[in-house]
Design a protein. Structure first.
Length: 116
């Protein structure tokens, strides 16, 4: 299962999101990604923090969203049984775990924020 990781970098207030994780996982294995945020606290109530992906030749697919300031979490209905989103507020980062990867999970994975 091949996938890429990318980051959202914005000039507004020098906010940067940098995702990291392995480049390839085998079918049946779990994918673990971390998004390190700088320039703004993830506990700010002004933002939601997301994971999205883009399979080859297709559009963006939203995976999950977290609100670290209150612990709220939302998941794509098609992926929620295999997905866990979490935050580490002390490190100002959040993570995604996607279990039981298969060829259909081949995609570029992005972390992104949006205004609440």
């Amino acid at each position: 299962v091949n996938f890429g990781i990318s980051e959202e970098t914005g000039s507004l207030a020098e906010v940067q999101l940098e995702s990291s994780g392995p480049g390839t996982v085998r079918p049946g294995q779990n994918l673990n990604l971390v998004c390190k945020v700088t320039g703004v606290s993830i506990t700010s109530s002004s933002y939601a923090w997301n994971w999205v992906r883009q399979p080859p030749g297709k559009g963006l697919e939203w995976i999950a969203r977290i609100f670290p300031h209150n612990g709220g979490k939302w998941y794509s209905s098609s992926l929620q049984s295999r997905t866990t989103i979490a935050s580490d507020n002390s490190k100002n980062e959040y993570s995604l775990q996607l279990n039981s990867m298969s060829a259909t999970d081949t995609a570029m994975y992005y972390c992104a924020r949006d205004a609440q």
